[in-house]
Design a protein around this ligand. Structure first.
Ligand code: MN3
Length: 203
């Protein structure tokens, strides 16, 4: 993604049909070309009249929401978060079932959750039980430990000084065309297409 205003629509690293059958071409077309584009345009609109923020990265802006003028803070939270979260989500997806977890991340997951399976089980539970629209995250806390958290709507863990490593979108638009109300099946299939190299590099 370009580093500051005006933000451009971040292209996907894969073809629309490449994540099938886990995520369909149709879902990706809507999710990327309509939803992410909308957030990107609305973020730029909100930043139009805030020249003091235009040179800053999205990561900086979302980590420093208190410095954002009050009249555009909600728009930045919703649309800046919408851009950040979706780019972060799409970036760590890859062709179905191709990736293994790099050793350093595997050890870190084992150290914090007991085992990779235990981590996946807790991650799934958080994603499944988050009420309404939002995101489940694997984050690195300030004490260097890994945690699983969820955020509502388009909020990000950045405002709580947490370093995001992995996220799953649990808004219905992320899975409804493919799974209808079966969020659990979507999560199980999402886990199969995580690009663990990308996640490990975020550590
Ligand atoms: Mn979404």
């Amino acid at each position: 993604m370009n580093t500051h205003y005006p933000f451009k629509l971040q292209p996907l690293n894969f073809d629309y049909s490449e994540l099938e059958p886990c995520i369909s071409k149709r879902t990706l077309e809507f999710h990327h070309d309509k939803h992410l584009l909308g957030y990107t345009n609305n973020l730029n609109k909100a930043l139009e009249n805030a020249p003091e923020l235009q040179g800053h990265s999205l990561n900086y802006i979302l980590s420093n929401l208190k410095k954002v003028p009050e009249d555009i803070r909600t728009a930045i939270t919703n649309n800046g978060g919408g851009v950040f979260n979706h780019v972060f989500y799409f970036e760590a997806l890859t062709k179905a079932e191709t990736k293994e977890i790099p050793e350093k991340l595997k050890l870190k997951l084992e150290e914090n959750f007991g085992s990779v399976d235990q981590f996946l089980e807790e991650f799934k539970k958080t994603a499944l039980t988050h009420f309404g629209s939002g995101w489940a995250w694997l984050v690195l806390d300030k004490d260097n430990s890994l945690k699983i958290v969820s955020t509502s709507n388009q909020e990000t863990p950045l405002k709580n000084d947490l370093k995001p490593l992995l996220t799953i979108d649990v808004w219905e638009h992320a899975y409804y065309l493919d799974y209808q109300n079966l969020r659990g099946s979507y999560i199980d299939n999402f886990i199969k297409i995580i690009d663990w190299d990308v996640v490990a590099n975020r550590l």
